[in-house]
Each structure stands twice: as C-alpha cells, then as structure tokens.
Design a binder for this molecule. Structure first.
Ligand code: ADP
Ligand code: MG
Length: 603
C-alpha cells in the first residue's frame, strides 16, 4: 500500500469543501455522475475509432446503490477507468490552472462558492462534502490490474492493487452523519432527475429487491423535437451541462436538415462565467458527432467573443475519428459555426427588442466580451454594433446606436462620443459643455475596452462617429479675440512649455476656464491606461491646453496684466483641467501653494 500526499491546492480545496461549502451538498452526485458520464463518453469514442476496443461488450451505464445500515453509497460506471498513475494525476492533484484560480476566487460566501464548484472541474472532491471516507476502485478496459484509491480527505490518500471483475470505476462514499439524507431512494431519484436526466447513458438505482431500475431519461435531449420538451427540460439540461445552479437567460435549439444535418442547443447564462476574462477560460460548447461525444476542449466551435455561450453541437456529417487537431479547418464545422453565430446574434437582438430589462442584465454581464466581436468578427460587425448599449450624456440608462441615431437633432451630422474611464468625471467633462448647451447627445465610452474597440468603428448606418476630444475648435474663435489674447497665450506658453504641447483658445467651453485634449496622433487618456495595463511603457504625452477666452479668469487677467499672477494662473488652470480629465498632477504641493497665493490675493 502506497501513501501519497495531496497537492497543496487539493488540500485547500478539500478544507473548503468540508468546512465551508455545505450549503448545496446534493451536487456531489451530479459531479460524480458527470465524471462517470465523461468516462463512458471516452470509452464509446475508443470503441468507435480503435479496433482494439471493438470487442468490449459491457453495456455503457451508471449504477447507483446504497446501504442505509452501513452508511455507504456506490456510484459505478463501465467507462474508461483509471490506473494507479492516473489516480495520482487526476484525483491527487489539480492539473488545471483554472482550478487554482478557482481556489483564489472563492468569496467565503458558502452559497456563492458552491455555485462555482462545478465550473472549475473540482467535481470529484465534492464527494468529501458528504463522505468522510472515499474509495475508488477502478480498472481500465483491456488491462488486468485494478487499483483502489482511499482517502479520508485529511491531506493523504493511499493506492493499492485490487480486484475488479468489470472494467470501469466504482466510487464508494462512506457517508458523514449529517449527510445520511442521501441514503434514500426518493432523494437520489430527485437529484438525478434534477441534474442528470439527460446524460446520454442510463443511470440505474439498485432497489430493495436488488434489481436495477432506470431513473433517468438517458436521451440526447438536443435531438428531441422541440414540442416534446418543456421549459423545465431545457433548464435542467442547462444545469447539467453548465454546472450552473441558476436558470439560463435563454436557449436556442436548432435542427438543421438539408445539405448539412446537425443539431445545436445553445444557452445564454444569466451570470458571466467567472473565468470569462481569463486567458485559460474553459470553453462552454461540447462537440458531438452522431450523438458521440468528441470534445469539450475545442475553443473554436464558436468565436471567442461568444465564449459565455454554453451548449452542444452535434454534427451528423463529420467522421467520428475527425482528428481533434484539424477540427478548426473543417469546412462542415465552420459552416455550422457561421450559421450558429448568426442565430445567436439574432436571438440576442430579439431579446433586446422584446425584453429590455433582461437584455440590459445580459449586457452588464457579458457585454464586454461581446464587444470584442466588433473588431474580431468583421462579417457580423454591424449585427454586433446593434447589440451594444452605451451610456450617454443625456440619459441615465443605456442607449443603442440606433436609438441615438433616431434621436439625433436636425442638422446633427455625426454621432459624438467621449472616451474616458470614470463615468462621473466624464459627465462633468468641460468637453461636454458645448454639446449640453446645444442639446446634443454624446455617448460616454467609459468601458476599458472601448479605447481599443471603438476607434475601429468610424461609421454606424451611414453616420460618422466622432470623438469630441478630437474636434478642432480653434477656427471658431474670431481673429479679433485671438489677437486680443495673444499676449496671455504667449505668456502661458512660455511658462508651461515643459508641460504642454500647445496652448490655444477654444470656443467649445461654456463654464470651464480650460480643458486638456491630446494631439490626434498621441494616445488619449483611456488608451494610455490600456497600454500600461498591457505592460507597455507609455511616456505620458504632453496634453494640449485649450483655454476659454470668455471665462472671467482670462478676461480679468487680460485687464490686470500681472506677471506673477499670470504664471500662477497658468499652472493652476492646467492642473485643474488635468484633474477633470482624470490625469495625475506632476506636483501637488506646487498646485496648492499657487492656489493659496491666488486665494489670498483675491481676499
Ligand atoms: P473534471 O471532471 O472537470 O476533470 P473532476 O474533479 O470531476 O474534474 O475529475 C477529475 C478527473 O478524475 C477527471 O478528469 C477524470 O480524469 C478522473 N475521473 C473522475 N471520475 C472518474 C471516473 N468515474 N472514471 C474515470 N476517470 C474519472
Ligand atoms: Mg467532473
């Protein structure tokens, strides 16, 4: 008998399972059945593609049995099994980096956390929520030796050789006292019906007479006609494949016939999967060929911007042994992918039009990912643009580009936007003043990805988009005013030459004395921030300071003609404008002392 120690992360996880995540214990059964089903899937695939396995004759099935007296429950399958090495690798370690992130991302809120368990493939360890000792006996098909893995979840496990007549895996749980409720036929049936009804293999429960009684439907739900399926069926199936405890927002079930035959069933979750923005996210769509599971690791079944979609693609016309490597180039799959994307986008549009509140909920969760499609999916760019919601200077809620366009004022030729990071600062940006006065709506692009995505959108439905920071306004200032203020502009330029690229008069300000903008060729504030987050060194470009000749500060300054005051004002006005744009000041102490001097004088 060989003793082994669990990897540190497994111990952390087990501790959590046992001590904190007790609110939704019943999912242990879902997880173990899901593993059994995976093991059966893998063997089915080999049976169909590898001569060696063709002779195997045990039916693919899952059997649950329990002994109330001995407080034991066993889940058996006739699947691919594990040898000793695989036991160490699969149920002694956490191989997936995603799972390590999972451990980090736990909130401490038991309910929320148990919700996350399935998403991260930590399924097997959930058996310790209900058992204080777990035994796994397994034998691989075509191999003689069987192995037993035993652990009480306290840091160690043991592996020894064992006897096992059938190939496959038996998992025996020695139930904790507080989990005895699961040693009950009614309760087991209830859980199986809730989570595992449509596992494509039969699940049997051994009844009191020792007979096997099938307790699930075991049908590939996605192949059933819609009129035979209730909303409940769809919801259950979603929970089963997504490990989400909540109902999905919507589903899209398609059966295609004709030149290509295939079935797809897609779900949009209500909440964003927690790995949505991790590079190592788990893909949510599984590929089947003629009902046989092929893979759930192929990320290209749908475009990355739709990575929140959960579901199934089952193709009739692909060869079963389609190599997993060439899937991406497969023409049949790319046809299915194309049609699926269009269908999903159309359904989202539908939701937007029919149930605004639900759509906004969706957009808050998944909008950021969807937005990536604007630059990555040229073919569907317009459809995706139509699904975008934006904040706006004139509204509290969200606005679509279409709604913006429909509400444009007579004579307004462009769609205006302001880019930034902080919604509150943006709403008070001096750049907006002119537009407020003219009652023109300005979109507020405050999402961090907007700085990358939105500059690629130059037009919507025939109307140009324009960043209001890039609108040059100096031409609107009269020559007369320019001449009058020339000495002040010159004095300020001399004083601020280290800090600004240029100083010019502007007609765009109404209330504020000044505003900073960036040269069109320099990255703006939002873009600078993104480049830095990506680890790039970005020298802060010098801003252009635009000043408002109608503001009292400059009018009085002109009359006063005092060099010291002009200098202080130059600095204070620049720093204020920088703050309003969300920029850091170079020297806060300097700003304070100049401001105090000006205040003292004013008093
Ligand atoms: P996941 O199912 O996401 O991989 P689990 O913690 O549920 O994560 O399972 C860990 C691994 O243990 C599985 O990937 C599989 O390799 C192995 N395993 C678990 N149960 C079985 C089983 N019944 N038969 C064969 N292998 C299994
Ligand atoms: Mg699992």
């Amino acid at each position: 008998m060989a003793k082994h120690e669990f990897q540190t992360e497994v111990n952390q996880l087990l501790n959590l399972m046992i001590h904190s995540l007790y609110s939704n214990k019943e999912i242990f059964l879902r997880e173990l059945i899901s593993n059994a089903s995976d093991a059966l899937d893998k063997l089915e695939y080999l049976k169909l593609t590898d001569e060696k396995y063709k002779e195997l004759d045990q039916p693919s099935k899952i059997v649950i049995s329990f002994d109330k007296e001995k407080k034991r429950m066993t889940i058996s399958d006739t699947g691919i099994g594990m040898n000793d090495e695989e036991m160490v690798e699969n149920i002694g370690t956490i191989a997936k980096s995603g799972t390590k992130h999972f451990v980090e991302s736990l909130t401490g809120d038991a309910k929320k956390d148990s919700h996350l368990i399935g998403q991260f493939g930590v399924g097997f360890y959930s058996s310790f929520m209900v058992a204080d000792r777990v035994e796994v006996v397994s034998r691989k098909p075509l191999e003689e030796k069987a192995y037993r893995w035993i652990s009480d979840g306290n840091g160690e496990y043991e592996i020894e050789e064992a006897e096992k007549e059938n190939y496959g895996t038996d998992i025996t749980l020695h139930m904790r006292e507080d989990a005895e409720e699961f040693l009950d036929a009614w309760r087991i049936k209830q859980i199986v019906e809730k989570y595992s009804n449509h596992i494509p293999f039969p699940i049997y429960l051994v009844n009191e007479e020792g007979k096997e009684e099938q307790i699930n439907k075991a049908s590939a739900l996605w192949r059933l006609p819609k009129n035979e399926l209730s909303d409940e069926d769809y919801k259950e199936f979603y929970k089963q494949i997504s490990h989400d405890n909540e109902d999905p927002l919507l589903w899209i079930h398609t059966r295609a016939e004709g030149t290509l035959e295939y079935y797809t069933l897609f779900y949009i979750p209500k909440k964003a999967p927690i790995d949505l923005f991790r590079v190592d996210y788990q893909p949510g769509v599984k590929l089947y060929v003629k009902r046989v599971f092929i893979t759930d690791e192929e990320r290209e079944l749908l475009p990355t911007y739709l990575r929140f979609v959960r579901g199934i693609i089952d193709a009739e016309d692909l060869p079963l042994n389609v190599s997993r490597e060439i899937l991406q180039e497969n023409i049949i799959l790319s046809t299915i992918k194309k049609a699926s994307v269009k269908k999903i986008l159309r359904e989202l549009k539908n939701l937007l039009e029919k149930d605004r509140e639900a759509y906004e909920g969706f957009f808050k969760e998944m909008g950021k990912a969807l937005k990536e499609g604007i630059y990555s999916d040229f073919e569907n760019k317009d459809a995706i643009l139509d699904l975008m919601l934006f904040k706006s200077s004139k509204r509290d809620g969200y606005v679509t580009l279409k709604e913006y366009k429909d509400a444009m004022k007579e004579g307004q030729e462009k769609i205006y936007y302001l880019m930034g990071e902080d919604e509150n600062l943006m709403r008070h940006s001096p750049l907006l003043e002119k537009y407020k006065e003219e009652d023109i709506e300005v979109l507020l692009f405050d999402d961090e990805v907007d700085a990358i995505v939105m500059p690629t959108v130059t037009e919507y439905d025939g109307v140009q988009l324009e960043n209001i920071a890039n609108v040059e306004e100096e031409s609107e200032v009269s020559e007369e005013v320019k001449e009058k203020f020339a000495p002040i502009v010159a004095a300020m330029k001399a004083e601020l030459k280290e800090s600004v690229k240029d100083i010019r008069l502007t007609a765009r300000l109404k209330e504020s004395p000044a505003v900073v903008v960036f040269d069109k060729n320099d990255p703006d504030v939002a873009m600078q921030q993104i480049l830095r987050q990506m680890g790039q060194e970005v020298p802060t470009p010098k801003p252009i300071l635009e000043i408002n000749p109608n503001h009292d500060i400059f009018k009085k300054l002109l009359a006063k003609n005092d060099e010291t005051v002009t200098r202080d004002i130059a600095h204070v006005v620049l720093d204020e404008a920088k703050m309003a744009a969300g920029l850091d000041l170079d020297d806060i102490a300097d700003f304070n002392s100049r401001l105090n001097r000006l205040i003292a004088q004013a008093i």
